[in-house]
Design a protein around this ligand. Structure first.
Ligand code: NAG
Ligand code: NAG
Ligand code: NAG
Ligand code: NAG
Ligand code: NAG
Ligand code: NAG
Ligand code: NAG
Ligand code: NAG
Length: 539
């Protein structure tokens, strides 16, 4: 009996574990959430961009490793989907050219040898057949695919001068664009792996007008939806997909495409102004400015009665870790991505390109994979992205909300190692401790206990205590970014903040809060003190 009970418990736990990971297709929307149409359960898009839209007109990297192998690695690194880009002319003009012919035209001899070695099946396929074959391999590997119309001409995207920026630009014929959308929608009608089509990447340039945006986007969205009502239709805004306020000015009258409409947005360290803004401004100020701008320009679409999902279809950083501005941007934006539990696609998977901007075998330092496509570029990749990849909020769950304490710079979470020692450390977020918190000036309680977090003075680690209402046990999120968790004294100084001891330590100490005030000359790196309380009802 004992054994049987234990056994059924294990089986049940097993089923619950896997049912939380699996879903059926197609997808739909429910308010701000993307859900499994059949069950209504949330499906979080955790995608990686994998380009296929440059002159080679073939998904990158097939000269380096077998496609199936690469697809398995995407899965192993905990992505569930690929944003697979294409150029309109690949299907409206060059659809029947073979991959081999195209590589010969571009004189990509070394790449062709690599293709013949690792993925010979693509060489005699046409451009369209190869795109479809890639979708099939990604799909059978368990990945969802978003077919992203990236640009008209097969070439690197996107600049203000490339003539591909907005409807009516030199290389952006709206009829040909619609024809491209039709061809893709029809071709993948019966392939459930293609869960979404995006209308057009990064609309931009002088001819961009909100009214025209409304007109053409309405045509594109209804064209896709009429051919394939099962898939999600993803719509970008203006100014390189940084700005969806066109939807405020000229709201689409699409009735949410019967719960298939999703908006997308992009954000990089260099969006808007140059990335040096993350170095030459107080970090808390610039982080809060960037996030407030993001909310006002884009995130409003997922609020209120007309809420629609917002998909962050591009963001990323130099994965070699040498770009300080990018690192700061990622910490700042990661805190927000987990707080709102947004759907996203990282740029990008590719360690290199066959051909880009006149160069052969060009490296992509934003690539998850290294130049050789042999391994991840950043050894800390899984740790950095672990919490972002986790579904944190499930609108269908009846479990109550708790908080995790997330440290975006390390990607780790606060954990109580040992209730006897009553100390906290940073560790793998899958082992994070859960906390309850009622907001500024209240204690942070270890969930389901009477213990709270108490500061013990400068340079000392905080500890778990039953003394929960003194000055040292009530916490406030301070600074413009609200990313510093501080205990404040009545003397009204800047207070003491949680801080990761050093880059090679998992200890957390109390130290004087850094650059949390209004001093515009305070340019220290504050990331060690950044902690975000992240709400979850799934873990
Ligand atoms: C490719 O060939 C098919 C079948 O012959 C034809 O219907 C289609 O129009 C061709 N596409 C292009 C872009 O030439
Ligand atoms: C492509 O080549 C393979 C053999 O490598 C052959 O089986 C197949 O029929 C060819 N496909 C086309 C469309 O020529
Ligand atoms: C989809 O598949 C069904 C059954 O295999 C077939 O009858 C139908 O023609 C296909 N539709 C398209 C648009 O390919
Ligand atoms: C890439 O491959 C080349 C040739 O095999 C090798 O010399 C080089 O060290 C590799 N680079 C990386 C980053 O693995
Ligand atoms: C975190 O822990 C989980 C489960 O124990 C494990 O699968 C994962 O690889 C760990 N992640 C890191 C970055 O160590
Ligand atoms: C949550 O509670 C509602 C109402 O009590 C119930 O209908 C639903 O099945 C519950 N959901 C889960 C996932 O347990
Ligand atoms: C996570 O917790 C489990 C159970 O307490 C333990 O076995 C495992 O070693 C922990 N993993 C990490 C990375 O701390
Ligand atoms: C950790 O880094 C500090 C400098 O940041 C160094 O002094 C210390 O020796 C390092 N400790 C270990 C265990 O590597």
């Amino acid at each position: 009996m004992g054994i049987t009970t234990q056994f059924s418990f294990v089986v049940l736990a097993f089923i619950c574990f896997f049912s939380s990971l699996s879903y059926s297709l197609p997808l739909s929307t429910n308010g701000r959430w993307i859900v499994d149409s059949a069950t209504g359960h949330r499906v979080k898009l955790v995608c990686v961009n994998w380009p296929s839209h440059t002159q080679s007109m073939l998904i990158e990297g097939l000269d380096r490793r077998p496609l199936k192998d690469l697809a398995n690695e995407v899965m192993r690194l905990k992505f569930n989907c690929v944003r697979l880009t294409y150029a309109t002319h690949m299907f409206t003009r060059y659809a029947n050219r073979t991959v081999e012919e195209n590589f010969d035209l571009l004189d990509l001899r070394a790449s062709k040898v690599g293709l013949a070695l690792h993925n010979p099946f693509v060489l005699n396929m046409t451009i369209f057949e190869a795109y479809e074959a890639v979708v099939d391999v990604l799909g059978t590997s368990g990945l969802m695919v978003i077919a992203d119309n990236h640009i008209s001409q097969p070439r690197w995207c996107c600049s203000l001068e490339d003539g591909n920026g907005f409807f009516g630009d030199r290389y952006f014929d709206s009829e040909e664009w619609l024809e491209g959308l039709r061809l893709v929608a029809r071709r993948f009608y019966n392939k459930s792996a293609v869960v979404a089509m995006s209308l057009r990447n990064e609309l931009r340039g002088a001819s961009s007008k909100s009214k025209d945006w409304n007109k053409y986007v309405t045509q594109g969205a209804t064209t896709i939806h009429n051919i394939n009502p099962n898939i999600l239709v993803i719509i970008s805004g203006l100014n390189f997909d940084n700005d969806l306020r066109c939807q405020r000015q000229y709201p689409l009258q699409l009735n949410n495409l019967h719960n298939k409409l999703v908006f997308e947005v992009h954000l990089y360290s260099f969006s808007g102004e140059s990335q040096s803004k993350f170095i030459h401004n107080p970090l808390n100020k610039i982080c809060s400015k960037i996030i407030n701008g993001f909310v006002q320009r884009a995130e409003f679409v997922m609020e209120g009665a007309e809420a629609v999902p917002l998909f962050v279809s591009e963001f990323g950083l130099d994965q070699t870790g040498v770009n300080e501005a990018d690192d700061r941007f990622l910490s700042c934006f990661s805190a927000h991505l987990v707080e709102k539990d947004l759907d996203w696609a990282l740029w990008g998977w590719q360690g290199s390109y066959y051909y880009r901007q006149g160069k052969v075998e060009l490296e992509e330092v934003f690539g998850v994979l290294n130049y050789n496509w042999s391994d991840v570029r950043n050894p800390r990749f899984s740790q950095m992205f672990q919490l972002l990849q986790t579904m944190l909020q499930d609108p269908n769950s009846n479990s109550s909300n708790t908080y995790l304490m997330y440290h975006p710079q390390s990607g780790q979470c606060v954990q109580v190692h040992d209730m006897k020692q009553k100390e906290i450390f940073l560790n793998n977020c899958s082992n994070a401790s859960h906390w309850s918190y009622e907001g500024d000036g209240t204690p942070i309680m270890l969930a389901s206990t009477n213990f709270c977090l108490k500061a013990n003075g400068n340079g000392l680690p905080p500890s778990l205590s039953r003394d929960c209402f003194g000055e040292q046990s009530v916490w406030t999120a301070i600074s413009d970014s609200k990313l510093h968790l501080a205990t404040l004294t009545k003397q009204g100084n800047n207070g003491m903040c949680l801080e990761k001891e050093s880059s090679n330590s998992s200890r957390i100490l109390m130290r004087s809060c850094v650059c949390v005030g209004s001093d515009s000359n305070c340019l220290q790196d504050t990331q060690a003190q950044w902690f975000q309380l992240v709400v979850t009802n799934t873990l």
